[in-house]
Design a protein around this ligand. Structure first.
Ligand code: THU
Length: 141
């Protein structure tokens, strides 16, 4: 895990709070924002986007990842997540899987409204993970 300095964390919190305000969450009213930091220092944000067909909802973290891939941003080294709860909001299982795909050593920084933080790598949040190595192993027989 690359250590992220306090000033960068504050910049990521501001970016995540800003995009959180644009969440499309009329059903849950649970607004989430995520800010990725890439290895080149770029910040890429995403918010949750819900749908009347509930299952089509995309979370903030996956929204940020898909945006970073589409615009050719580099490998993410950190993903900061903010939600509406007092304590830190940690990514759902689907988002853990997707974040892990792009960098298992990525720092996942979860920040509550009260300022408390949980910081873990994507690998720590997804033990015994499924990944491309399993597909490779099956292909080799
Ligand atoms: N949500 C996220 O965006 N990220 C998470 O890590 C947890 C949940 C969203 C999905 C849905 O729009 C709302 O929060 C309630 O589950």
């Amino acid at each position: 895990m690359k250590p992220i300095d306090e000033k960068t964390i504050e910049t990521l919190i501001t970016a995540a709070r800003e995009v959180q305000s644009r969440a499309h969450a009329p059903y849950s009213r649970f607004h989430v924002g995520a800010a990725l930091l890439t290895e080149s220092g770029e910040i890429v944000t995403g918010c949750n986007v819900e749908n009347a067909s509930y299952g089509l909802t995309i979370c903030a973290e996956r929204s940020a990842i898909t945006r970073s891939v589409a615009q050719g941003s580099g490998r993410p080294v950190a993903c900061l997540v903010v939600g509406p709860t007092e304590g830190p909001l940690t990514p759902c299982g689907a988002c853990r899987q997707v974040l892990h795909e792009f960098n298992p050593e990525m720092a996942i920084i979860c920040v509550g409204k009260n300022g408390s933080k949980i910081v873990r790598t994507a690998a720590e949040l997804l033990p015994y993970s499924f990944g491309s190595q399993d597909l490779d192993a099956a292909a080799k027989g």
